[in-house]
Design a binder for this molecule. Structure first.
Ligand code: CP
Ligand code: NVA
Length: 300
């Protein structure tokens, strides 16, 4: 594994290795055991979109690993003024030991990896959010003990989160059900991958997808960059909400996850959100541990 660009690139073994290391690093942090695997290394973090969790967890994680994080806002970089990604990649590769990038187009991340010579980590694109899904898988295993026999359900937009959850969930052996409005299904590349699995289901019925599910997950109806579509999307996604009625269709001990930020009373009710806050905030914490594992695998 040279980069983390998308879940599609990872083997099941690589995913499980990352999750095992993440568990170990979490244990070490909680028990005051130092783990300076990246002493003297520098991570550049390019942000073309806003972030709370990704920025703070990468920055803190790098410090905990003995390294140095460099926050690079695209407002200040020449890339924001049109310097080509091919040149940015070759320059930054001479200063840094790794780059985390959050941007719009997946191609920009792939190009950084293609033209640069250091590990590239995708901190979210319009296409996928692999760091979040590694944390989600870590959280699921923490609450459920293993992935065996589990059904994971995603309700809402066929977006970056849905895409990565489908691939990650299927690769670790869960059944995956997705409920999206017909006009908002995941892209063909993801559906082609999922078509190889009998345990994948795509429906426009949230109740059908949630039936007997062990894990229910949702995300915002309008992602970053789609703000102008928010009103249209509110109409299209009405009914694609995790609420008491949907929870009643799932297993009684179902876990609820949300990558955050959440829009209460849109994709999830306040009541369900607060009833599952311990899972949702453990998930947020696990960003730190999962990403530290990714950085150690790629940069140590
Ligand atoms: N879930 C997530 O990626 O959060 P941020 O946008 O705050 O980084
Ligand atoms: N789908 C959301 C995820 C935010 C972490 C977005 O792209 O804005």
């Amino acid at each position: 594994m040279k980069h983390l660009l998308k879940m599609l690139d990872l083997s099941t073994e690589e995913i499980i290795d990352i999750l095992n290391l993440a568990d170990q690093l979490k244990y070490e942090l909680k028990h005051g055991i130092d783990h300076p695997h990246l002493k003297g290394k520098t991570l550049g973090m390019i942000f073309q979109k806003a972030s709370t969790r990704t920025r703070v967890s990468f920055e803190t994680g790098m410090v905990q690993l003995g390294g140095y994080p460099l926050f690079l806002s695209s407002n200040d970089l020449q890339i924001g003024r049109g310097e080509p990604v091919q040149d940015t990649a070759r320059v930054l590769s001479r200063y840094l030991d790794g780059i985390m990038i959050r941007t719009f187009e997946q191609k920009e991340v792939e190009d950084l990896a293609k033209y640069g010579s250091i590990p590239i980590i995708n901190g979210l694109t319009d296409f996928c959010h692999p760091c979040q899904v590694l944390a989600d898988l870590m959280t699921i295993r923490e609450f459920k003990g293993s992935f065996d026999g589990l059904k994971m359900t995603f309700i809402g937009d066929g977006n970056n989160m849905a895409n990565s959850l489908i691939v990650g969930g299927l690769k670790v052996g869960m059944a995956v059900s997705v409920a999206c409005p017909n006009d908002y299904q995941p892209p063909k590349e993801i559906l082609d991958f999922a078509a190889e699995y009998d345990c994948f289901e795509l429906t426009d019925s949230p109740a059908q997808a949630a039936k007997d599910s062990d894990i229910l997950i949702t995300d915002v109806w309008a992602s970053m960059g789609q703000e102008s579509e928010a009103e249209k999307r509110r109409a299209a996604f009405a009914g694609y909400q995790i609420n008491d009625e949907l929870m009643a269709a799932a297993e009684p001990d179902a876990v609820v996850l949300h990558c955050l930020p959440a829009h209460r009373e849109e994709e999830i009710t306040e009541k369900v959100f607060e009833a599952h806050a311990n899972e949702i905030f453990e998930e947020a914490e696990n960003r730190l541990h999962a990403q530290k594992a990714v950085m150690v695998k790629l940069m140590a």
